[in-house]
Design a protein around this ligand. Structure first.
Ligand SMILES: C[S@@+](CC[C@H](N)C(=O)[O-])C[C@H]1O[C@@H](n2cnc3c(N)ncnc32)[C@H](O)[C@@H]1O
Length: 267
């Protein structure tokens, strides 16, 4: 069963949204690196609330999104100007309701780390691409050498607390942004060509340690959703205690630099 993002609808855009101009820069980088133009048939796998798609709608003539979460996709309409209706389907990335060869480009942003069956999802995207079309798998990572923001310590503290409670902190994500090699190897094993590209660097919106603690305590991270409620409550209490007692500068708002890293594959 795919991760259930319906539970994030209330706060997703407020906590995961980008600064002005970032998604437009992503669109330009994607089109440049794939050689696509406005007439390309583009599929977005895991379109979510349309944070990325909103940059494509004004320019792309054929843009289709799929997501498992209906709740997330319901937020897309509010981002569209005028009467325009998005072309959307509720589907699991593993079984997509389109004919073979329907698209020139398939891209997925911040999705593949949620897919335990990512190899099957690559196979499915490949089926939908015309020969020579591009699959672009994108995850956000901090660029090499980027300083760690002071609120990064909240994550360390959370992991430590969970460990003390005898629970694994990663919650089962695939960590695919760390394993580009595995993705490339798989693509090559299926007869494709793949390369890794740093598409663009950008600054996230600033946050403070307190904001991160409150997001964690409110269960706003997908890794929270896999924890037993009693563990999550206990860990949140310990995290808040730490914030009040030991955290330096809990209210300092600090931004972090990040990178859109892409694996681009063609067959
Ligand atoms: C972190 S959100 C990213 C949304 C959007 N791409 C963005 O960058 O804002 C992950 C999205 O992937 C979707 N998702 C996760 N697993 C999926 C699956 N197996 N099939 C379809 N969608 C999936 C979730 O419902 C969610 O909307």
């Amino acid at each position: 069963m795919p991760v259930n993002y319906d539970q994030a609808v209330e706060y997703y855009d407020a906590t995961r949204g980008y600064r002005d101009g970032v998604v437009e820069r992503y669109r330009e980088a994607l089109l440049n690196h794939t050689g696509a133009d406005a007439s390309a048939r583009i599929l977005e796998v895991g379109i979510g609330s349309g944070l990325i798609a909103q940059a494509f709608y004004p320019v792309a003539r054929h843009y289709v999104g799929i997501d498992f979460s209906l709740g997330m996709m319901r937020l897309i309409g509010g981002k569209l100007a005028g009467e325009r209706r998005p072309l959307l389907a509720q589907a699991n990335a593993r079984f997509l309701p389109f004919a073979a060869g329907s698209f020139d480009i398939a891209h997925a942003v911040r999705v593949f780390h949620h897919l335990p069956d990512w190899r099957d999802c690559i196979d499915e995207a490949r089926r939908l691409l015309r020969s020579g079309g591009a699959l672009v798998i994108v995850e956000m990572i901090p660029p090499a050498g980027a300083g760690r923001p002071p609120w990064g310590i909240v994550q360390d503290k959370w992991d430590e607390i969970l460990q003390d409670l005898g629970v694994s902190a990663d919650g089962g994500d695939q960590g695919i942004w760390l394993t580009d090699d595995a993705v490339r190897q798989y693509i090559r094993a299926t007869g494709g060509r793949a390369h890794v590209l740093d598409l663009l660097r950008y600054w996230e919106k600033p946050v403070s340690p307190r904001i991160m603690v409150e997001r964690r305590a409110a269960g706003m991270f997908s890794s929270d959703w896999r924890l037993p409620q009693v563990i999550h409550q206990e860990a949140s209490r310990a995290l808040r205690d730490w914030l009040e007692r030991d955290c330096e500068a809990p209210d300092d708002m600090v931004e972090r630099e990040m990178l859109f890293r892409a694996v681009i594959a063609r067959w």
